[in-house]
Design a protein around this ligand. Structure first.
Ligand SMILES: [Zn+2]
Length: 303
């Protein structure tokens, strides 16, 4: 069919199809936004929206990271959604806006969006760099030498199904947790007992029981989540409902499962109010493919 079209018709048709494509992309983003609001991916045994995009929707890491950022950008300003729909804002720029607003909280969002609409990704990036309070986004480019890659490979069995970046993140999380625990230990002698306070013994026993994996169980598949990143201690029965901080009432959950449990207990609206400032930690880290092939950008969280 296509090869019988006239030159003019060929161009007319491809413009029409590209417009349709943009509409479909913005529809998919709307679905993703609602899925993220309900954290419904947790029920399918997927710990984050990013993983939902790569595992279920089969996007590449880069495509998924971009879309997750765009969905987060919707929260920053509903205009972004309109601009994507009418084609004046591309996904790369919308994703950059998410990072920009996160790091430049005092900027007038409407003005900034106006200034990047209709521009190429490169032009938009330059504009944002000029506008930024903090000129250079805090990124860290890591190139892993071969011996380090081999070390990573040698421990990858302990991190089944995790990417290199997730393994690094998990190791950093563990280090932070260890430091925190050491601090707790120094403080615990002075600390007055509080109902919410989880003792070091309980934490250690829960760590042992959970093998440092998320203990969330999908209500649909019945499978355990097992995520190793962003783990938090959670009161199964909340203190306000008579729960205590005993080992039996404490479980380890990843931030996704914790948020989903919150949505189930409190409803989406209450959770949105409660979490209006802090997004799940996992959204701070993304793979970004660079032209140099196997290199990745590791975007460290601010503050
Ligand atoms: Zn989990």
């Amino acid at each position: 069919m296509i090869n019988t079209l006239s030159d003019k018709e060929l161009i007319v048709q491809v413009i029409k199809k590209a417009k349709e494509e943009k509409l479909i992309v913005s529809e998919v983003l709307n679905y993703m936004e609602e899925i993220d609001r309900r954290k419904v991916f947790i029920d399918y045994g997927v710990p984050s929206l990013f993983k939902f995009c790569t595992r279920i929707l089969k996007y590449s890491d880069y495509e998924a990271a971009t879309r997750v950022k765009v969905v987060r950008a919707f929260k920053a300003s509903p205009i972004i959604k309109e601009k994507i729909q009418d084609g004046s804002l591309n996904l790369t720029t919308a994703a950059s806006l998410y990072s920009f607003f996160k790091n430049n909280k005092k900027q007038n969002k409407e003005d900034v969006i106006k200034k990047v609409c209709g521009k190429s990704s490169k032009q938009a990036k330059d504009t944002l760099n000029l506008l930024a309070d903090h000129p250079v986004p805090k990124t860290l480019n890591i190139t892993l030498a071969e011996h380090l890659l081999r070390k990573l490979e040698s421990i990858s069995d302990d991190f089944e199904g995790c990417s290199e970046l997730e393994i690094i993140e998990s190791l950093i999380d563990r280090h932070i947790e260890q430091n925190k625990r050491a601090k707790d230990k120094r403080r615990s002698t002075k600390r007055s007992k509080h109902q919410r306070y989880i003792t070091r013994d309980v934490k250690e026993n829960v760590d042992k029981r959970s093998q440092n994996r998320c203990e969330g169980i999908s209500s649909i598949t019945g499978k355990r989540c097992q995520s190793r990143t962003n783990l938090q201690y959670d009161h199964i029965r909340s203190i306000s409902k008579g729960g205590d901080s005993s080992q039996e009432n404490i479980r380890k959950l990843c931030s996704g499962c914790n948020a989903r449990a919150g949505v189930k207990a409190l409803g989406v609206q209450k959770m949105l109010q409660r979490d209006s400032v802090t997004l799940p930690k996992s959204t701070n880290y993304y793979l970004e493919e660079t032209s140099a092939g196997p290199q990745y950008s590791f975007i460290a969280p601010r503050g």
